[in-house]
Design a protein around this ligand. Structure first.
Ligand code: PMP
Length: 407
């Protein structure tokens, strides 16, 4: 098999070819948002130059074209995650909105006082707060599966926590704060035995390995386009058709209705029942182009290369005295969270920026994870397939520089 041609792939990403403070940019903040290849940018500008009109309502040519492109992208998404039907693909603003939709339209009507929603201690705030809302609204309780010091979700504790009152398990597929790849299949198998539906937060998984919702046997899967080479402000809720059919609409407005009088409205069928208002048409088209691009490389190839980057980064970072990697699960995505000699991560990030190296510092919207490891924040390098081994070396050199300045 040919070597992964990262140099050729990088040429597809114009933004990577720039200097920051006189030094070539090293972009290692991919878990927050990835960059876009020209093919995605072009798909969006082509759409605006040639095909834009509102979808679904027009008989004229442009509206037909826009609708075909929008609905075509839905089928691209369906194939990408191997959903059975396009009815199961709901376009939303992102992972956050997808989870809120399920919390309000699936969980809230189903929850009775004393019922339980189960999450883990490594969730992003987007997979915590919507459940807190649903619990407050219904008198249900939020239960949390603990994590262990390596950043794994405690499976034995989960088996004890799940029970007759559990109404839903909502779990990260991959942790954004630590990189832990959660062995969700095991959790799902147990949940199924208890008849408990499972939502996966796939925000950090979708761009880094193949995802097959049928093989996973999950009931909901949520992700954001902007973390997988697509535009901001658009994402996907996958839901099992049977569940989506039974759920009431979440937001009311145009496109989600069949008929409206002042007494009553009847609702459109799936997937439009959940897509009130003019959608992010260009964003959806950009997402479709992003998926085409990812599939052109191959998700297996991407996963394999990123694992090499992860291994190299973990090994090289550990050569730095005083550096502690936080999150050492056996299976991880290419995310390395760390602290260095007690230097505040914000200061590390600031110095790294002067070296052209972009990392994220902070709580990564996962404050309970920070609490568990008793740190206010971490520095986090998160990689994509367009990163190189040389860039990891640049990261390590910049950290050495930061240590001499601040240590
Ligand atoms: N879940 C996880 C695991 C994430 O990493 C993120 C983004 N940082 C989100 C949810 C929220 O995604 P978005 O902001 O795109 O809605």
């Amino acid at each position: 098999t040919p070597a992964f041609d990262v140099a050729a792939l990088r040429r597809d990403f114009p933004i990577l070819d720039q200097n920051i403070g006189g030094k070539p940019l090293v972009y290692l903040d991919n878990a927050a948002s990835s960059q876009r290849p020209r093919a995605v940018i072009k798909a969006i500008s082509d759409y605006y130059e040639h095909d834009h009109a509102n979808v679904h309502r027009g008989v004229h040519a442009l509206s037909q074209r826009a609708t075909d492109a929008y609905e075509g992208a839905r089928d691209t998404v369906r194939r990408f995650i191997n959903a059975r039907d396009v009815k199961e693909i709901i376009f939303v603003r992102g992972t956050t909105e997808a989870i809120n939709l399920v919390a309000q339209s699936y969980a809230r009507p189903a929850l009775k006082p004393g019922d339980e929603i189960l999450i883990s201690a490594l969730e992003h705030h987007a997979n915590i707060v919507p459940w807190q809302f649903a619990c407050e609204q219904t008198g249900a309780n939020l239960k949390v599966i603990p994590i262990d010091p390596s950043g794994e979700v405690d499976f034995a504790a989960f088996e004890k926590l799940i029970g007759p009152r559990t109404r839903l398990l909502a779990l990260a597929h991959v942790s954004n704060a630590l990189g832990t790849a959660v062995p969700v299949e095991q959790f799902i198998a147990v949940a199924k035995r208890h008849g408990v539906p499972v939502l996966l937060d796939g925000a950090q998984a979708i761009a880094h390995a193949p995802v097959d919702v049928q093989a996973l046997d999950c009931d909901f899967y949520c992700f954001s386009a902007h973390k997988m080479l697509g535009p901001t402000g658009v994402g996907v809720l996958y839901g099992r058709q049977q569940l989506l059919d039974a759920m009431p609409p979440w937001q009311g407005g145009g496109d989600m209705i069949l008929t409206v009088s002042f007494e009553k409205a009847t609702f459109n069928q799936l997937p439009w029942k959940f897509e009130a208002g003019t959608p992010n048409i260009s964003g959806v088209i950009g997402l479709g182009a992003a998926i085409d691009y990812l599939q052109g490389i191959g998700m297996q190839a991407i996963a394999a290369y990123e694992q090499q980057l992860l291994e190299y980064a973990s090994t090289q970072l550990q050569t730095l005295p005083g550096l502690r990697i936080i999150g050492t699960a056996a299976h991880k995505a290419a995310v390395v969270s760390f602290e260095l000699d007690g230097i505040h991560p914000h200061d590390i990030g600031t110095i790294l920026d002067t070296e052209g190296v972009a990392i994220r510092t902070g709580h990564h919207c996962a404050m309970p994870v920070m609490d568990f490891f008793k740190v206010p924040a971490t520095a986090r390098a998160s990689m994509a397939f367009y990163n190189t081994f040389e860039e990891i070396d640049r990261l390590v050199a910049a950290l050495k520089h930061a240590r001499t300045l601040l240590g």
